[in-house]
Design a protein around this ligand. Structure first.
Ligand code: ATP
Ligand code: MG
Length: 387
C-alpha cells in the first residue's frame, strides 16, 4: 500500500495543438518544485502521478505543489492491488470517520476487472455502509465522494479529498518577463500574478548604495527567495546602483521631477536588460492613482522612454490596496515588505513630486545632465544574483 499524489491541470487542456508542450512544461515544473524529495512524476492521460517518495515527506510535497502554476487540483491517493478485497479494505478505512451522505465514484480503466464500474461502486457502497452506520448513500448530491480509479497497471487508486492548486498556466508557457522588484508590498505580488499566468520571471532591483543600506538589499533578496517556488525553482535578480544618477538629478534638476526622472532611468535600464537577456515584457507593481508617480500622466511619460515594442504589464493596475495586501500575505511577502528600510525612491524624496508631468518639461529637465552616460555606467556595473 503506497501513497501517491494525483495532479490535475487547469487550463492546459484548452490549448489544442500546444497541449503536448504545455503538459511537458508542467511536468518539468512539478519535478523542479519537488526535486529534493526524489519523487517520480509520470504523465498519465489527463493528469500526472507523483509517486515513489518517502511518506514522511508527503505533507512537504503537498505544500510545494500549492505553488506550482498550472495545477488545478490534486489528491493524495492510496495505491492498492486491483482485487476486490484490497480495494474494499482501503475504501472502508478512508470512510470510517466520515458521516453524512456519500457516493462511490468508480473509474474502471482496466476493462478486465471482473466487476463493471456500477457493480463495483454498488458493492463497495454496501460494504462501507455495513462498517459505518452514520453514512447514507446519496448519488445525486453527496457530501463526500470516494473516488476509486481502477487502472490498467493492476493498481487501484483510492481517495476522497481534493486540494485546489493555484490554477493559472505553467511557468514559461507565456514567455519571460523582467519584474521591477522594489522592497515594497506591490511588486512581489505583481511578480506572483504574472508567474501564475505562465511568465518566467527575472527581476531587477534598483538601489542607491551607500544611501540605501545593506539591510534594504537583504530585504529584497529575501523577497526574491519568496518568489522562487512560484517561478519554477529559481530567480535571477539584477542589482543596479542608481546613486550617481540620482546625485546628478539632485544637483541639476527641478526637485519636483526627481521621481519622474528616476523612473525614466529605471525603465531605460530595464529595457536594456530585457534586450540583453531576451525577455519579452517588463512588469511593474504600479497601481493607478496610488501615488504621484502612478497617475496616468506619470506612467505615460515614464513608459515613453521605451524604444522597443516590448509591453509594460501592470497586473495590479486596478487593484485596491487591501486586495494587494491580502495577496501579499498569501504569498508570505507582507511581513518582509513592511520592514521600514529606505528605498532608492525615498532617499532623495522631493517635497512635492509632480503628479501630471508634461513630456516636454520632463525632457527639458532631463537634458540638464548627462543621463545617458550615467545610465550606461550603472548598466555596465549590473550585478547578477541567482536564487
Ligand atoms: P511597491 O510596493 O512595489 O514598492 P509602490 O507602491 O512603492 O510599489 P512605487 O515606488 O511608485 O510604488 O513603484 C512602482 C513600481 O515601480 C513598483 O511596484 C516596482 O515595480 C517599480 N519600482 C519602484 N522602485 C523600485 C526599485 N527600487 N527597484 C525596482 N523596481 C522598483
Ligand atoms: Mg516602492
Amino acid at each position: 500500500m503506497n501513497k501517491v499524489i494525483i495532479v490535475r491541470y487547469s487550463e492546459i487542456h484548452l490549448k489544442g495543438k500546444n497541449r503536448n508542450f504545455f503538459e511537458g512544461l508542467l511536468k518539468d515544473n512539478i519535478k523542479l518544485a519537488i526535486k529534493k524529495y526524489n519523487a517520480k512524476v509520470e504523465r498519465i492521460p489527463g493528469r500526472y502521478m507523483v509517486y515513489d517518495f518517502e511518506e514522511s515527506n508527503l505533507q512537504r510535497i503537498v505544500s510545494e505543489l500549492a505553488k506550482v502554476a498550472g495545477i488545478f487540483s490534486y489528491s493524495v491517493a492510496t495505491e492498492v492491488n486491483s482485487n476486490y478485497d484490497d480495494i474494499k479494505d482501503e475504501a472502508i478505512c478512508q470512510m470510517i470517520e466520515c458521516s453524512g451522505t456519500f457516493k462511490v465514484d468508480v473509474n474502471r480503466g482496466d476493462k478486465k476487472f471482473p466487476l463493471n464500474s456500477m457493480e463495483l461502486a454498488r458493492a463497495l457502497g454496501g460494504d462501507i455502509l455495513k462498517k459505518n452506520k452514520s453514512l447514507k448513500v446519496d448519488v445525486v448530491n453527496p457530501e463526500t465522494k470516494l473516488f476509486v480509479d481502477v487502472r490498467e497497471n493492476q493498481k487501484t487508486y483510492i481517495f476522497s479529498k481534493i486540494i485546489y492548486g493555484m490554477g493559472g498556466m505553467p511557468v514559461e508557457s507565456s514567455g519571460r518577463g523582467l519584474l521591477l522588484l522594489s522592497g515594497g508590498i506591490d511588486s512581489p505580488v505583481a511578480g506572483y500574478m504574472m508567474a501564475k499566468r505562465g511568465v518566467k520571471l527575472y527581476a531587477v532591483h534598483f538601489h542607491s548604495f551607500p544611501y540605501t543600506s545593506e539591510l534594504a538589499r537583504e530585504k529584497v533578496e529575501d523577497l526574491a527567495r519568496k518568489l522562487v517556488p512560484y517561478n519554477a525553482g529559481n530567480l535571477t535578480v539584477f542589482m543596479v546602483n542608481m546613486a550617481k544618477y540620482q546625485e546628478a538629478i539632485k544637483a541639476s534638476c527641478n526637485d519636483s521631477y526627481t521621481i519622474t526622472l528616476l523612473r525614466r532611468g529605471m525603465f531605460r535600464i530595464a529595457e536594456k536588460l530585457a534586450g540583453q537577456y531576451k525577455l519579452d515584457m517588463i512588469i511593474t507593481g504600479e497601481n493607478l492613482g496610488q501615488v504621484a508617480s502612478q497617475t496616468i500622466e506619470s506612467m505615460s511619460v515614464v513608459e515613453n522612454v521605451l524604444i522597443s515594442d516590448r509591453p509594460v504589464l501592470r497586473p495590479l493596475v486596478a487593484f485596491d490596496k487591501a486586495d494587494i495586501i491580502t495577496l501579499s500575505k498569501k504569498i508570505d511577502t507582507y511581513d518582509l515588505s513592511i520592514k521600514p528600510y529606505e528605498d532608492c525612491c525615498t532617499v532623495f524624496l522631493p517635497d512635492s513630486p509632480i503628479t501630471k508631468p508634461r513630456l516636454d518639461h520632463v525632457e527639458e529637465e532631463e537634458n540638464k545632465f548627462n543621463y545617458h552616460d550615467l545610465l550606461d555606467e550603472a548598466f555596465a556595473q549590473v550585478e547578477v544574483v541567482k536564487f
